[in-house]
Write a protein that binds this ligand. Structure first.
Ligand SMILES: *[C@@H]1O[C@H](CO)[C@@H](O)[C@H](O)[C@H]1NC(C)=O
Ligand SMILES: *[C@@H]1O[C@H](CO)[C@@H](O)[C@H](O)[C@H]1NC(C)=O
Ligand SMILES: *[C@@H]1O[C@H](CO)[C@@H](O)[C@H](O)[C@H]1NC(C)=O
Length: 443
């Protein structure tokens, strides 16, 4: 019995059985006394168990809401222990503030599982600047407006370090100019507004030296024009504003002779229009102008150097975007003219425009970038207020999907697709010139 009792792991039982071993005669008395003690001990055990379970239950009550608190910190209901609730609220506030302080870079994710992350800041805040992706994958940002004056500074974004470094200054400060990467790896910057007015000065950036060289001046001073690299390597500069009129003049830069020559004039004078190279090598120019906004579009054929009207857009617009999709059609979005959210598609085969679903947000001076998955990312812009909203056009469903909002509101910014698939958005205007840059990436 004793052995059996000792076999019991309960330490209290073992202690109780010791007196029964020593005094066998008075076993009955001891048994009564013992049984009472057992009762006592059992009640103590039961009490202990009750206390343990109570504390466990309390712990669950305390711990469970703590975990779900990040979403709803105010919905905790522990009326029995007010001291605990205050403690809970204090922990709730710390848990909700830490994510915002430790990771200010991430914002809300969209149903596209994408995110905007803060990138390194530009050295100089700027808007109405121009940018191009170099052959080594870096992004060259040039000029722009500081808020009080035009900039001649240029800087390079390195996607591998996520920072910006100043490179050589341009020879002319400018805003509302254009920049494009030539087939020889250099960047051609032309026109814009300088401190001395509309400029015809063109210059070349050499990435190997980081230096700028002024080249032959254009035939026409202009800003708010378009600059398009043709399949033959020449550069078409078209339209714009020279302070007096909306220009129909267009000219060609030949990198092999480093000269400018007039090509035929467009049929319509345009500024703030768009130009893009179709898959067949022709250039589609659309919209632009000012009161009335042009609904017309025309095609430039690099072989004949002739402009010819193509189908009219469904509406007049300027400060819109035009993007060549993977299937060769051209997506045009938004723009200024009655605050537009409308979008349309140009089909080069039929030379016609078809209205598609409107964007979720009315905007102009926004950016459009074709992602690796074929979707088009629309970001920022202006309408009454500067926008932080972004949305995606899905060419396969011809519909618009909300994307995560940018970390900053911005308009008059630049956006470029990097070799790593991310979209870099840099600078712009958020009621003042901005130096903030951010990256859009799919998760
Ligand atoms: C940018 O990154 C490079 C390489 O890591 C580093 O040498 C340079 O100091 C960085 N510049 C800034 C401004 O952080
Ligand atoms: C080129 O066109 C511009 C604007 O129409 C004109 O002022 C200029 O004289 C032309 N250049 C030549 C060489 O014809
Ligand atoms: C295009 O629109 C203009 C008015 O902006 C109109 O005069 C012209 O006839 C239109 N062209 C076609 C082909 O509908």
């Amino acid at each position: 019995m004793t052995k059996h009792g000792c076999a019991c792991v309960f330490e209290i039982n073992f202690y109780l059985q010791r007196p029964s071993e020593n005094t066998i005669r008075t076993i009955n008395n001891y048994q009564w006394w013992q049984s009472r003690r057992i009762k006592l001990v059992i009640s103590v055990i039961v009490l202990a168990i009750v206390i343990i379970t109570l504390s466990l239950v309390l712990k669950f009550v305390i711990l469970a809401p703590k975990k779900s608190e990040t979403t709803t910190g105010t919905t905790i209901t522990t009326a029995s222990t007010p001291s605990i609730t205050t403690e809970l609220y204090s922990t709730a506030t710390t848990t909700t503030t830490t994510p915002t302080t430790t990771t200010p870079t991430t914002t809300t994710t969209s149903n596209e599982q994408s995110v905007w992350r803060q990138a390194g800041n530009l050295n100089h805040a700027r808007y109405r600047h121009a940018a191009s992706v170099l052959t080594d994958g870096k992004v060259l940002v040039t000029g722009g407006f500081s808020g009080s004056y035009q900039l001649d500074s240029a800087e390079l974004y390195d996607p591998t370090t996520d920072n910006w470094t100043l490179t050589g200054n341009m020879n002319i400060e400018r805003e509302l100019h254009t920049a494009s990467l030539l087939t020889n790896g250099r960047v051609l910057v032309v026109g814009g507004e300088s401190a001395h007015g509309y400029t015809d000065v063109a210059e070349l950036y050499d990435p190997s030296t980081g230096m700028w060289t002024v080249i032959a001046t254009m035939q026409q001073a202009r800003a708010e024009h378009t600059e398009t690299v043709l399949p033959n390597g020449k550069v078409l500069v078209a339209g714009g504003f020279n302070g007096a009129s909306h220009l129909d003049n267009a000219e060609l830069y030949d990198p092999s002779t480093e000269t400018w020559t007039n090509t035929s004039d467009m049929n319509v004078g345009r500024e703030h229009h768009t130009a893009c190279v179709l898959k067949d090598g022709r250039v589609l120019v659309a919209g632009g102008g000012n009161h009335p906004y042009e609904n017309s579009a025309e095609l430039y054929d690099p072989l004949t150097e002739i402009w010819s009207f193509t189908g009219n857009m469904t509406t007049g617009r300027e400060r819109h975007t035009a993007t060549v999709l993977e299937d060769g059609k051209v997506l045009v979005t938004g723009g200024a003219h009655d605050q537009m959210s409308s979008a349309e598609l140009y089909d080069p085969a039929t030379e016609t425009w078809t209205a598609i679903n409107a964007m979720k947000q009315t905007r102009f001076d926004h950016t459009a970038s074709v992602l690796a998955n074929g979707k088009v990312l629309i970001a920022g812009g202006y309408i009454v207020d500067v926008l932080d909203s972004a949305e995606l056009y899905d060419p396969f469903t011809e519909s618009w999907i909300a994307a995560a909002n940018m970390n900053h509101i911005r308009t008059d910014h630049v956006a470029f697709v990097l070799a790593n698939g991310k979209v870099l958005v840099a600078g712009g205007y958020d009621n003042t010139a901005m130096n903030a840059a951010e990256l859009y990436e799919l998760l």
